[in-house]
Design a binder for this molecule. Sequence first.
Ligand code: SF4
Length: 337
Amino acid sequence: MTAFFATENIDDRLAQAGFESFRVKQVLDWAYRKPIFDWKEASNLPQNLKTWLEEHLPLFSMRCEVVSATGKFSEKALFRLADGGAIETVLLKTHKRHTVCVSSQLGCAYGCKFCASGLHGFKRNLEAHEIVEQVLFFSKKLYPKKVDNVVYMGMGEPLANYDNVIQSIRKLTDSKLFAFSPRRITLSTSGIAPAIKKLADEDLPIRLAISLHAPNDTIRSQIMPVNQKYPLATLLEAANYFQSKGRRITLEYILIDSLNDTPILATELAILAKKLSAHVNLIPYNPVKDLPWKRPSLQKQRAFLAILESAVPTSLRIEKGTSIDAACGQLALKQKD
Ligand code: SF4
């Protein structure tokens, strides 16, 4: 038994099983574009095809155990993977847009000090189809409304699962399948410089968000171990390369009280962002149980924002339920709210 979205050659599989070629389009249509969660619901398919699909190519490889509202603007789905692991996917509903925030790994090995995702270590990479299924679940659930944006900002470091993440993006953007615009996809990374360059060379015009969180190596290394391997100079060189290909970068910056929220650091960040011509997205920290960090006061947040805004386009996410649209790890952070 293979997961449907893990199967590349649906036409061959159906032909080998003796089904007519015109069924391929119908099957793909139900899988990628219509609001069904089970082949039983595919009303124009003959019963023998539905039975065969259920036995050989089940529509979803993972089971949604619960969908819960996590605030006025978001809901969260908990999926049980075929091997028993659990991941979460979040739907954000802001400004009339629907954004699906997907996980790319089960756990995370990168150990950023402020992040809940890394607290229990790394279990495994998600397969491409497990990422695709997260998007299609909400696409089907939203029907006839549509998913407007997909962000790889949930649990895991997407660029550490490079091949599967790229494969999932190719599947989502394939014009014969889900036909999602790559320009509406944002991948968030903690800063794996060589993978950023590799991504720049792909023929995929997706957006990149760099989880910066500190404008100098001293503080960044303190909270993000990845910075020891790829310090800021290396990361910014990769970011420049990405932008030289005409791609857009956003800098994500979680504001943590008394750590990275001073006016001096705001000025340092403004200089760095200006050099990159990058938009800065400030995210007030969502406290995580068992971690010592706190959210700065509103006054400090606004002071930091004012310095940034005078130099580069900046946004400060303060609405409840939208802070998840922020950086890798924020999905799990939100879970602990
Ligand atoms: S912030 Fe991202 S890279 Fe860092 S531990 Fe969390 S999920 Fe991993």
